[in-house]
Design a binder for this molecule. Sequence first.
Ligand code: COD
Ligand code: ATP
Length: 209
Amino acid sequence: MYLIGLTGGIASGKSTVARRLFEHGAVHIDADQLARKVVEPGTPALAAIVEAFGSGVLRADGSLDRTKLGTIVFADHEQLARLNAIVHPAVRELSGRLIAKAEADDPDAVVVYDVPLLVEAQVDHPFDLIVVTDAPRRAQVARLVEERGLDPAHAEARVDAQADREARTAIADVVIDTGGTLAHTMSQADALWARVRAEQRAKGSARPG
Ligand SMILES: CC(C)(COP(=O)(O)OP(=O)(O)OC[C@H]1O[C@@H](n2cnc3c(N)ncnc32)[C@H](O)[C@@H]1O)[C@@H](O)C(=O)NCCC(=O)NCCS
Ligand SMILES: Nc1ncnc2c1ncn2[C@@H]1O[C@H](COP(=O)(O)OP(=O)(O)OP(=O)(O)O)[C@@H](O)[C@H]1O
């Protein structure tokens, strides 16, 4: 297995790069999706969230009201830390299991773990390569406002809840510049895929037997 940790700020283009790598043949594991799964009705994490934030964060059908909880936690660092302490361990455990399963299914798989909070959440999977998508803050905010309908203040609050660009690029083996055209992002993703395949081939031919 070749394990890529893919991270980047909100709306920086992680999913766009992950989708391209998936089209090339990578297995894609998405931390945002896992974070939704571990708080489905009936899970211990959802029970812990209700205990911490009250039943006002539930919808009438018993599922989590994500907009309501988002409004609470992205306005207050302490509340966000409480939520993270509930959700992150569950995501860490589930992602570890899924990565192990991908390797068991195909020892030669390239696995992309797409995780917005790689820097913030002490993710310590044994990555072969850490890739960071990097766009200017104004591009992130503009995408959140124009494409996802957030109001500018909420968009800024989400960006501010995350590590800054410098902290992320400091841990990167590869930085993908996602501040330009989509075509420029795609060509960098294609070059990354070619590099990973070449590294895998080199490892394989160095292997005895
Ligand atoms: C607060 C919640 C309910 C808001 O849900 P919502 O559907 O509006 O957003 P969604 O989960 O799709 O996240 C969108 C983006 O917000 C950013 N974001 C989400 N959680 C966090 C966080 N704890 N800290 C900083 N940024 C975050 C990420 O860039 C993410 O890609 C939800 O984000 C959540 O449960 N967050 C805590 C878990 C978490 O850290 N998830 C991120 C990956 S593990
Ligand atoms: N050069 C670019 N590279 C990547 N995405 C771009 C670029 N220009 C515009 N975009 C747009 O920006 C958006 C980026 O969204 P994407 O879901 O890929 O980001 P993300 O980092 O995964 O976000 P999130 O943290 O919310 O999961 C997409 O709608 C994409 O079309």
